[in-house]
Design a protein around this ligand. Sequence first.
Ligand code: GAL
Length: 510
Amino acid sequence: MGKVWALGFACWLLVSPLVLAQSLPGPPECKADTMKKIAFGVGSSAAQSEGAAAVGGRSPSVWDVFAKQPGKIQDGSSPAVATDFFNKYKQDIALMKSMGVKNFRMSISWSRLLPQAVKGSSPSSDGVKFYRAVFKELKDNGIEPAVTLYHWDMPQVLQDKYQGFIDRQIIEDFTYYADVAFKTFGDQVKKWTTFNEPWVTCNLQYGNGDFAPGVQYGDSGKWKCGHNLLLAHANAVRLFRQKYNSDKKGRIGMALWSEWSEPWTDKFEDKRAAQNKIDIDFGWFADAIHFGDYPAQAKKTQSAFLPVFTEEEKKLLRRSYDYMGLTIYTAKFASEVPGNPNGWWVRTTDVNGKVVGQQAESYWLYNVPWSINRMLTYMKNRYDNPYIWVLENGISEKGEGNRVGMGPDTLRDPLRTDYFRGYISEACKAVESNGVRLTHYFAWSFTDNWEWREGFKTRFGVVRIDFANPQLPRGIKDSGRWLSEHVFKKSGQTKQVGEVLNFDELGAAC
Ligand code: GAL
């Protein structure tokens, strides 16, 4: 009997690694051909990863200053070191390569490239050196960068000078910054995003003051911010097209945040509420860069504060993107506020009280795979079937921030693995069944990072970092292994046949 047991145990030891590997779910429900057509990758942002906040003459961003105010960041941390990508980028890029990653979304810190930030100021040679080295390292490892110019890290000097997005001066200064970036890195970077999630910037950074700089500019600030930001975007896009993209090999767009809004019931009123919410949250920016103006619903309900575009500005904005960037995490239900045809309530349970999906660590996030299909299909129908890049999609696993050390158990993230499998399958459905032109998809995020107000407590990485260890060791989580095996290694290269848009036809030459 003892022998049988010993033999059984020996066999288990032999097969257990296989059993463990097999315990990950199978591939997403996607045709091989679809997987090849989409360029998959991972994402991060400067403030959340770089650290080296004061190295090489970099000036502070609003987050560096905000994080120093007591009580602003949940765990009292700051972005001063973050994931130390500034010093560890070679190691991180090697890790990406080992996972089969071929596309990396990152952002440039405005105040590292241009410490004085304003028009006419000189680029920092250390800043230029750092980003050129990162782009070279990526290229040497077969990884293509997609670079965002502004991922929420307003230089503090511009905040002090004229309150950032509240003043029209931001248009000139941002366009100058974009000019410097295109000129300095244009030989290494072909894929650009002007702004990350303007909805968040204008609601949380320049509206309610929840995010840095932490000033409440209210409704007037919020809509002003959106207006100036849109014009800064359109000017940067015009510059890119006229001065830097004559061979039309580059691509530029904006990363628009949306959570899908599902009518709570099939009553006309609830359908109207869901539509109104999408109009105000997504159409605010998407309508402006596509049609050249704000959605009718915003004009109707926000007339007290909503600025007005001139005819020339409308022309500049119209089709000011090559791809429509989407960041999507979740869905909620919307029902109309009784007696108010313009008001909506957001609900996390359906009409029978069933919650929309499994909840993440982040209070606002639920695992709702079908949300991505509905959102992509909505964008296709409303905006003339644009090329779409999903620039962020991911989830925070409950309790990950409390894990200690780097043992195998700290790398288990079944919710995240399930989330990616569900969302990628639904994204493929949107392509295969609904004809959506999705060409890029970036999982958020590459490593755990500095999650803004939530500090290091909330984790989104497919690679774990032990922030309690000063060496900041990295370890690939199960979701990272799953993505590597079933997605990154199956993903297409990034040269998209047929993706070249006819700019003249789109009116982009104006
Ligand atoms: C996005 C943001 C990212 C990341 C993510 C998860 O809105 O662009 O920087 O923080 O949310 O919360």
